[in-house]
Design a protein around this ligand. Sequence first.
Ligand SMILES: Cc1cc2nc3c(=O)[nH]c(=O)nc-3n(C[C@H](O)[C@H](O)[C@H](O)COP(=O)(O)OP(=O)(O)OC[C@H]3O[C@@H](n4cnc5c(N)ncnc54)[C@H](O)[C@@H]3O)c2cc1C
Length: 394
Amino acid sequence: MRSPYFTKDHELFRQTVRQFMENEVVPQADVWEKDQRIPRDIWQKMGALGFLGINFPETYGGAAADFFYSVVFLEEVGRTGLGGFAAAVAVQQYMATAHLYHVGSEELKRKYLVPSISGEKVGALAITEPNTGSDVANLQTRAVREGDHYVINGSKTFITNGVYGDFVTVAVKTDPDAGLDGISLIVVDTDTPGFSAKKLRKMGWHCSDTGELAFDEVRVPTTHLIGEENRGFYYIMESFQLERLVGSLTAIGGMEKALDITLQYISEREAFGRPIAKFQAIRHTLADLAAELEAAKQLTYHAAYLCDQGETFVREASMAKLITSELGKKLVDGCLQFFGGYGYMDEYPISRMYRDARVGTIAGGTSEIMREIISRIMIERVRYESIYQEKASE
Ligand SMILES: Cc1cc2nc3c(=O)[nH]c(=O)nc-3n(C[C@H](O)[C@H](O)[C@H](O)COP(=O)(O)OP(=O)(O)OC[C@H]3O[C@@H](n4cnc5c(N)ncnc54)[C@H](O)[C@@H]3O)c2cc1C
């Protein structure tokens, strides 16, 4: 479909990414899911092709491409139908490294951002704790300054890339009495003494290493502070809008794939002497889902446009995350139905997509929290201002 957002170059890039994903990722899906691990070489391959740097400046090995290259990339990553892989890539490229890029020192950018772009290092972002997720301000992990080091104690949970990653951007309390104004972000190498990670077993996203992290007297140099001390809460809130947009884009890619394989299946499967694609009940259900997907996609593209223009897009990103993740569950469920019994079998990708879609309304901010943000903007007229001045594509 023609779109005002994409040029011929974007579409050429889409073909390149799709070919890579179809050759290098999709055939490996079952193995990675079984191993509960994404092999290192796939990061290096993506790095070598420049995929992991499209959203970063050339000085750090990136391509400084406009945000619609990220839209294309994330849709194609989602289109693998491998939710755990999409989550791992999204965290690496748009979450763990986002704060480093925006407010990290030059030293930190050289040490963590550059090797993340080349695929040599994998990063995680650790905000959620066993006792607090949505309520970020209530986090308890503590960092105390001792000379030129911080000493970190506490725990984090549900952390993507947390087990096999090389570094973690960790949200900590540096001033426990200051509420929102007492949170900071610090980078921790996962081989630092006192750091440990345990892999969690979960319903879907099996190839993604979701970890519970423990910090026991972990000492890191004060130079590992990202940005200013006690400004972490605001950095986190600023980045949430991008994270939610990114999650919406991978969800859209996944839904398009689910719809495509369903259309293929219903044209081949026969019942009562006809392809099941001829049954109106099936056709109309899929028509409804396709229409809802198109609406969700256009809302998400609008959020992406605002992001590309350097505008605040909290409202649109929250709406897009809400709509795409809720639709993700409904659409995959609807599609699976038309695979009949085969849809319930592990060897059919639609079965994995069904499991993977469930977490969409939880991870990266729950649907309830999205509704809360939208209501505050709508009813209390809360205004969110960007704390970063530059455009996302610069
Ligand atoms: C597979 C997976 C990967 C993840 N990856 C990461 C990661 O890489 N890094 C990271 O930091 N976190 C990660 N998370 C954590 C995720 O972001 C949190 O699970 C999520 O933000 C919800 O927090 P919680 O689980 O503590 O739930 P809670 O905050 O305890 O919420 C429980 C329920 O209460 C509801 N609720 C809470 N507050 C309100 C309110 N004000 N109004 C209405 N309802 C409310 C919630 O919507 C939810 O339904 C991941 C989670 C999963 C499952």
